[in-house]
Write a protein that binds this ligand. Structure first.
Ligand code: DAH
Length: 363
């Protein structure tokens, strides 16, 4: 109520002015919604002095009626407006208080969510892959469930070869049992590939020379002890082009050894035998732990064996329709687990597959 109106009210209806003052004080003093409701009933309820007065206005002195009627209604509207305003104020305060109570401090550190990382075997495969991709090689793939033809026959491995025996190879049982004994070792046999070398044949079947590929993947053998697991990983490399010699193989392997193991490395080549290479070699890299003097990790030889390799046996070209007079090539194969063990000084192959995070998180 503005001051001018209040002054008029005091002068012409002092009783109403007093009701207004008391009522507005009760309304403004209410400090929660229940207290406000009480104040509203007391000042504006049906039994409040103001409302009773307005209700019985026609019993008043006819001269006072218009004044009391007009000012009474003004006072009632003013008090109603005050109740409404106070109610809004109290509701806002209650909302603010409950929001403050529920506030979340988003700067508090959350629950740490453990995140894993690539297994060392996968990391090692990526590393090897990157080195060869850097040399311009393509990454090739082949099936893990493989035909005898690709795993053995087309790799120059005759039916009498001991690697074909059920002793070393996981034959896919259904196929084996469905076949008469005479065909078990023939081209139609199905097995879990025992090496990544079958991809050599698959790649050559699919493209003309020049070939520069690496293949990385799982292989399976019936072995299980401290140094063998039934599943392990290999990297296969194949190069076929015009004029490829053993010198190219040695240069490539030397480059790879320095990239993978780091530093100035020496390689050593020893004669060996593989059915699909002629000549065949095994390649060693110098042991840096002992500087060649000999230690436990190099079995006191000063050298670490890293791969089998050789010049592609020209017989293989006959299986894939390459002209052995025009092209020559080399191939190599290595064990990924072995490479990781040599590089990181890991003593036991089984650590890779126990999946103890205390071991895994070191890499
Ligand atoms: N496939 C052979 C093995 O599993 C490794 C190997 C040796 C691969 C010589 C090659 C190679 O490509 O030329 O033992």
């Amino acid at each position: 109520m503005d001051d001018a109106l209040m002054a008029q009210l005091k002068e012409r209806a002092p009783g109403l002015a007093a009701l207004f003052s008391a009522g507005s004080k009760a309304i403004l003093d209410a400090d929660d919604l229940a207290a406000l409701e009480e104040a509203r009933v007391a000042t504006l309820g049906r039994k409040s002095p103001l409302v009773e007065m307005l209700r019985s206005i026609n019993t008043l002195d006819p001269e006072e009626r218009p004044v009391l009627g007009r000012f009474g209604n003004i006072v009632r509207r003013e008090l109603e407006a005050l109740v409404e305003a106070r109610e809004a104020e109290l509701k806002r305060a209650a909302l603010d208080a409950s929001l403050a109570g529920e506030r979340i401090d988003v700067t508090l550190p959350g629950q740490p969510f453990p995140s894993g990382h690539e297994h060392l075997i996968s990391q090692t495969m990526r590393e090897v892959e990157d080195i060869f991709v850097g040399l311009g090689y393509r990454v090739a793939e082949g099936p893990e469930v493989e035909l005898d033809y690709y795993n053995f026959t087309a790799l120059n491995t005759p039916p009498s070869h001991p690697a074909r025996s059920a002793h070393d190879t996981f034959w896919v049982r259904e196929q084996r049992e469905a076949m008469p004994e005479a065909v078990v070792d023939a081209d139609r046999g199905v097995l879990l590939r025992t090496h990544t070398s079958p991809v050599q044949v698959r790649v050559m079947e699919q493209q003309e020379p020049p070939v520069y590929i690496v293949c990385l993947g799982k292989v399976y053998r019936r072995d299980s002890d401290a140094t063998h697991t039934p599943m392990f990983h290999q990297v296969e490399g194949l190069v076929v082009d015009e004029g490829i010699t053993l010198a190219d193989l040695k240069g490539t392997v030397h480059f790879f050894a320095e990239e993978f193991f780091g530093g100035d490395r020496a390689i050593r080549v020893r004669p060996h035998f593989f059915p699909f290479t002629e000549p065949s070699i095994e390649v060693d890299v110098n042991c840096e732990l002992c500087g060649g003097k000999g230690c436990r990790s190099c079995k006191y030889s000063g050298w670490l064996e890293i791969m089998g390799a050789g010049m592609v046996d020209p017989n293989l070209y006959g299986f894939v329709g390459y002209d052995a007079e025009k092209v020559s090539g080399f191939a190599f194969g290595m064990g990924v687990e072995r490479m990781a063990m040599l590089k990181h000084g890991i003593p036991d192959l089984r650590l890779f597959y126990e999946n103890d995070v205390r071991f895994l998180r070191q890499f």
